[in-house]
Design a protein around this ligand. Structure first.
Ligand SMILES: C[S@@+](CC[C@H](N)C(=O)[O-])C[C@H]1O[C@@H](n2cnc3c(N)ncnc32)[C@H](O)[C@@H]1O
Length: 391
């Protein structure tokens, strides 16, 4: 057993008691993030941006969307008929709005054929997106993947920092086998209730099947008793739903991600799970349930395997720093001071700072951009611009 949270909210105590005191970690994470009343996203409590709980690339300013827009336009332009730019997990709606503005200003003919579709399961977040996108220059609608699957669209699906917010199973080695980690309520009589992490039953065959292609079905001597990590078992169902919604086009996933050898490295003995709140990061996922963001990195190979089995073709992947340089970030940085007046200096310095943060190899620059296609949308062979050498 490990880790005790300082206090357990009443709603969570009641839920856990109804489940005989313990649930798989994935259930706890689903509640803590997505419960419509108590979850950090479900309630709309979390806020994104430099003044919110954590910053994301688009929240640093419009440059990220300006650099990404030519890639989106290059993917959309050869496709026939009405087009959709689908953003899943749009957070505050900032990236969707910025991309709509870029497309409308830089590709007006394309924009005439294009709508924005926002896929956001959390009502609290969708409410905020609606007020931000009130005067977006493209038609906007909100719907679920299930609704889109009734009339699949053509275009681009964007998943920026959303797969890391899907609930994960935490798994822990008992020295010989992987076990599912549980979150247990410890409500012994004379101490305040607290949450504990503890090993549960050995992994079921469907969860083990995710580890088999990585030759990790057994933890082996390098991952001794107590070694703990994560399994993104929600990824394949998510890709299946996204695929059913898209008749032809592209998927761009931008997220924290690691190769399997790094993800499951013997030295990473407590996984990748982090909690974020008010610009601070915490390693304890039991801290303030429902008040913090919880995120787990993606495993690149697991994502690619899940993509192939759900009808997506992996196109390639690289780090965000490389992608943005290929899309012209250095030229944008150099162009900042051209024609600038002294009065504009503070604003230019802030933009320069934001551009540098986007490619910082110790932070956002280390994010991965992973491209997938379905329905053979490629008009011409060749890599997407972000996977090509910088100009
Ligand atoms: C970290 S925020 C990403 C925000 C935005 N993409 C950005 O970069 O600024 C995660 C978002 O994903 C949403 N989300 C969580 N689970 C989701 C799911 N299964 N499908 C779609 N969106 C989801 C959350 O409600 C939230 O809006």
């Amino acid at each position: 057993m490990s880790s005790a949270a300082p206090s357990v909210p009443e709603w969570l105590q009641q839920r856990l008691k109804r489940c005989d005191g313990a649930v798989p970690f994935a259930t706890y994470m689903e509640w803590a993030l997505h419960d419509p009343e108590h979850g950090a996203y479900g309630s709309g409590r979390l806020s994104l941006g430099p003044k919110g709980d954590f910053a994301t690339s688009p929240s640093l300013g419009p440059d990220f969307a300006a650099l990404l827009a030519p890639q989106i336009a290059a993917w959309l332009e050869p496709l026939p008929g009405p087009l959709s730019l689908v953003e899943t997990g749009p957070g505050e709606g900032t990236l969707a709005l910025q991309l709509a503005r870029e497309l409308a200003a830089g590709w007006p003919d394309l924009a005439q054929r294009c709508e924005l579709v926002l896929v956001e399961p959390n009502p609290g977040m969708a409410e905020r997106q609606r007020s931000l996108l009130d005067d977006a220059p493209l038609p906007v609608r909100w719907c679920s993947f299930g609704e889109l699957a009734q009339a699949p669209v053509r275009g681009v699906v964007l998943a920026h920092e959303v797969l890391d917010a899907l609930a994960v199973e935490r798994i822990t080695s008992d020295g010989e086998r992987w076990c599912r980690q549980l979150v247990r309520l410890d409500a012994s009589a004379d101490a305040p209730p607290r949450l504990l992490l503890e090993p549960g039953e050995p992994l079921s065959p469907d969860l083990l099947a995710l580890l088999e292609p990585l030759q990790l079905a057994e933890p082996g001597p390098q991952r001794p008793s107590g070694f703990t990590t994560e399994l993104h078992n929600g990824m394949a169902p998510w890709l299946e739903q996204a695929g059913a919604a898209l008749e032809q086009g592209w998927l761009l996933v931008i997220d924290y991600a690691l190769e399997a050898w790094r993800y499951y490295a013997p030295s990473r003995s407590d996984g990748t799970l982090m909690a974020y709140r008010q610009q601070r990061a915490y390693g304890d996922p039991l801290l303030d349930p429902g008040q913090c963001d919880l995120t787990a990195h993606l495993c690149i190979e697991q994502l690619e395997i899940a993509a192939r089995t759900t009808g997506w073709e992996p196109i390639g992947q690289c780090r965000q720093g490389e992608a943005l340089l290929a899309l012209g970030l250095a030229q944008r940085l150099h162009g900042l001071q051209e024609g600038a007046t002294p009065a504009q200096l503070p604003q230019l310095l802030a933009r320069r700072e934001a551009l540098l943060r986007l490619v910082d190899p110790h932070a956002l620059g280390d994010f991965r951009w992973l491209a997938f296609s379905r329905g053979d949308p490629r008009a011409a062979p060749g890599l997407p611009a972000f996977l090509s050498p910088p100009p």
